[in-house]
Ligand binder design. Structure first.
Ligand code: GDP
Ligand code: MG
Length: 151
């Protein structure tokens, strides 16, 4: 099993899409093993988006990500990092395929509803950034056979 980080962004909180996003992951057969609401600040966002700090849109991105609290989730499942990225879709909502979260719920390059870790290594780093020890809960939500058998 892998674990990955999803952030439900302020735009989705504003638009009342928290439940819609959570439901998609649950119905897919992924398991939420950590979840909380938190207010992001500039310091954590400069770390999280370190690859973008020199971009002209970075000040707008910062403002947007601090506009309301966000929901952070640790999602577990087989190949969870790749599956969640596939479900998330391309960065720009107008380019993301229909059926993906961004493709179905966003028309924007920036306000694209969710963040999802892009590699197994980054998922580990990002989960450690947003969750304290003890906030990710190892439990068996259901019999995995119903989700993954026979593979
Ligand atoms: P992601 O992994 O698909 O979220 O994409 P990136 O890691 O490249 O970018 C992080 C976030 O920055 C994206 O989800 C967008 O919210 C935002 N972003 C990326 N590219 C652009 C852009 O060209 N313009 C604006 N305004 N925001 C962008
Ligand atoms: Mg990214």
């Amino acid at each position: 099993m892998e674990q990955t980080l999803v952030i439900i962004k302020p735009v989705a909180v504003h638009r009342g899409l928290i439940g819609e996003v959570i439901t998609r992951f649950e119905r897919k057969g992924l398991f939420i093993i950590g979840m909380k609401m938190m207010q992001l600040d500039e310091q954590i966002l400069r770390e999280h988006y370190a690859h973008l700090t020199s971009k002209p849109f970075f000040p707008d991105l910062l403002k947007s990500m601090m506009a309301t609290p966000v929901i952070v989730m640790c999602i577990e499942g087989k190949d969870a990092v790749e599956v969640v990225r596939l479900m998330t879709g391309a960065t720009n909502g107008r380019k993301a395929l229909p059926g993906t979260i961004r493709g179905d719920l966003s028309m924007s390059g920036q306000e694209n509803v969710v963040h999802a870790s892009d590699s197994i290594d980054n998922a580990k780093i990002e989960l450690a950034r947003f969750f304290k020890p003890g906030e990710i809960l190892a439990y068996k939500p259901s019999d995995f056979r119903f989700y993954y058998a026979p593979d």
